[in-house]
Design a protein around this ligand. Structure first.
Ligand SMILES: [Zn+2]
Ligand SMILES: [Zn+2]
Length: 396
């Protein structure tokens, strides 16, 4: 039976996949600079006799694995390849050799896992109809998002993918388990940069100044009311300012204050409305106090919604693969992901691969210097992805 064969291949190749993951983990590269990673991926694919297309959106790679009757249907699988500007503090043998750069979001795992999937699908290609398109993309962690660039370069076309599946490590879910969610899953994310301009002067003579620190304080408090009074209580949304700088002193009122933050939403209409209100309120408040506020908005990724019908089918297929007891629900999050761009083009589903193991001391969250995974996850990830793709191809 194909399911058993895929499961067996996933176990047989586990050691090799762990080796690939460790190589990538030790040699991380920042967003849009994944040159060696990309070469490594392309070489591995060529060793399988495949014909990868390289240099898409810089370092991106696409490869097609054709089964019988390859034109019948195409399903896409996606991995991201970039690392983060974090200094790793783990002391494992495969720790980052690149100072200040670390695979702290598990994209090494996603890449190694999808290489494993390539090997498995390549071996069973006579046992499925249709094609599987593997996408290795750059720059998930940084605007404008590698996914948006890959889409512009046409990775979803020729042949057109009917659906796309993404896998991401999850340190909140135990190794051996996988997590799914139908419908709305992750938020849109925009960066807000405010510069409040007043008129500096002596701290003891405020009447001769326009104090931008006081104006900034009013703006920060007022903007929180956009969330509490304008957004629907039924619609999760967040506005956080994590950075304020006023370069004055105890007795000096500065000329300006800079504020930076993030705005998250799960609804495009509210996202547009919220951004407009933020700009209007910040400008109006500064003006009413005699100052000025320059508002710059850097647009990030849109919300990510998992196609309900697709996700339901994938969940069922995952239950066949890992057992019903090992498939869990994951909660809505206001984190963001550039996989969202694919979900605005074709039916998409983004699921989680459990990587937590407290008995091994592996529980750190992603984007921390102590993040790591239980590599037993690599006995599951590659085969599960292959099985999900094959099952989707069987859907008429
Ligand atoms: Zn990340
Ligand atoms: Zn990530």
């Amino acid at each position: 039976m194909l399911l058993d064969e895929i499961r067996k291949l996933s176990l047989d190749y586990a050691q090799d996949n762990v080796g690939a993951r460790r190589h990538l983990h030790a040699n991380p590269e920042l967003s849009y600079q994944e040159y060696n990673t990309s070469k490594f991926v392309a070489n591995r694919l060529k060793e399988l006799g495949l014909n990868p297309k390289e240099g898409i959106a810089g370092t991106g790679i696409v490869v097609l694995i054709e089964g019988r009757n390859p034109g019948k249907k195409t399903i896409a699988l996606r991995a991201d390849m970039d690392a983060l500007p974090i200094q790793e503090t783990n002391t494992v043998s495969y720790k980052s050799q690149n100072p200040g750069v670390m695979h702290a979001c598990g994209h090494d795992v996603h890449t190694a896992s999808l290489l494993g999937t390539a090997k498995i699908l390549n071996e069973v290609r006579n046992q499925f109809e249709g094609s599987v398109k593997l996408i290795f993309q750059p720059g998930e962690e940084k605007n404008p998002g590698g996914a948006s660039m890959m889409i512009k370069e046409g990775v979803l076309d020729n042949p057109r993918a009917e659906a796309i599946i993404g896998q991401h490590v999850m340190p909140l879910v135990s190794v051996g388990k996988v997590g799914f969610r139908e419908g709305m899953y992750m938020a849109s994310s925009d960066e807000i940069y405010l510069t409040v301009i007043g008129k500096g002067g002596h701290g003891a003579a405020p009447e001769l100044t326009i104090d931008p620190v006081v104006i900034a304080a009013h703006i920060i408090i007022a903007l929180q009311q956009i969330i509490s009074r304008n957004a629907s209580p039924k619609q999760p949304t967040v506005l956080t300012f994590g950075k304020i700088s006023a370069e004055g002193a105890t007795n000096i009122i500065p000329d300006e204050v800079k504020i930076a933050g993030t705005f998250r939403a799960l609804n495009e209409q509210w996202r547009e409305e919220g951004l407009k209100k933020i700009k209007k309120m910040a400008e109006g408040m500064a003006e009413s106090m005699g100052g000025r506020c320059d508002v710059v908005i850097s647009r990030g990724y849109p919300y990510l919604a998992n196609d309900p019908a697709l996700t339901r089918r994938l969940r069922h297929a995952a239950e066949e693969y890992v057992g019903k007891e090992n498939v869990v629900d994951v909660e809505l999050t206001l984190g963001s992901e550039d996989f969202a761009y694919y979900s605005h083009q074709i039916p998409a589903s983004f699921y989680r691969l459990g990587t937590r193991n407290e008995t091994k001391g592996i529980s750190s969250y992603v984007h921390t210097p102590t993040f790591d995974i239980d590599e037993d996850a690599l006995t599951i990830g590659p085969g599960l992805m292959a099985w999900l793709a094959v099952k989707e191809l069987m859907e008429s």
